[in-house]
Design a protein around this ligand. Sequence first.
Ligand code: NAP
Length: 254
Amino acid sequence: MEALPTSQQRLQGKVAIVTGASRGIGRATALALAAEGATVVVNYASSREAADQVVAEVEALGSSAIALPADVSKADQVDGLINAVMEKWGQVDVLVNNAGITRDTLLLRMKPEDWQAVIDLNLTGVFLCTRAVSKIMLKQRSGRIVNITSVAGQMGNPGQANYSAAKAGVIGFTKTVAKELATRGITVNAVAPGFITTDMTADVKADAILQFIPLGRYGKPEEVAGLIRFLAADPAAAYITGQVMNVDGGMVMA
Ligand code: NAP
């Protein structure tokens, strides 16, 4: 059997877009893909300074990066983002649909705007970015797409009807698009983090959650980025598509 390459620069000459890469899991992902030699598009909504800092960190790893603002829940801004990337580099090899927000409250108190904002970014944003990038990947006959879902989309979570609906939607979307794009060698997978220490979870009463995590601790953004890196860069991941993989300390065991 042919040995798989072990180089750690497996994305040299490749362009990766990471949505919501200014902070948290997106930032860690941008750095992990940069460590593989990828040119990284650091998308963000409003944290310009943080995004510029991620670009500087990518450059310190010897890769190139650009920070591009775009609200990925808006079709025109997604088109602008992808057009800008195509004008500069003419290719998109990896898309990580990571941008996400929460607007937690119990169902009876949930306002339609809380519902809509979360669906618009966490689900419609994934659709918009994937649709725009898949046109490019279909022509290239290659590409890797990783969608960030959540354990909340698999098992539900009180106070997160909007978020868990969006994240469950991402799982169905991932499986369908994986089937649609498979004939052109494009893989589409979902990564489901559990409780990861980021700004998103800063206000969550974490102690109550610890008892549901078999490994007995919260996760780090880098631990999620490690799986994304594998799915996006490793030749061994070329035969994996339509899957949901958890990085959750054992919270969900299918
Ligand atoms: P985070 O630290 O709050 O960062 C969110 C990122 O999304 C930021 O870069 C933010 O940009 C960006 N963003 C927000 N609204 C956006 C928009 N409209 N368009 C483009 N980008 C936007 O979040 P995180 O914890 O790293 O979460 C990342 C992903 O993992 C999300 O999809 C989240 O649902 C998922 N997840 C997280 C956990 C967890 O425990 N943390 C668990 C399961 C799943 P700005 O800095 O410009 O605002």
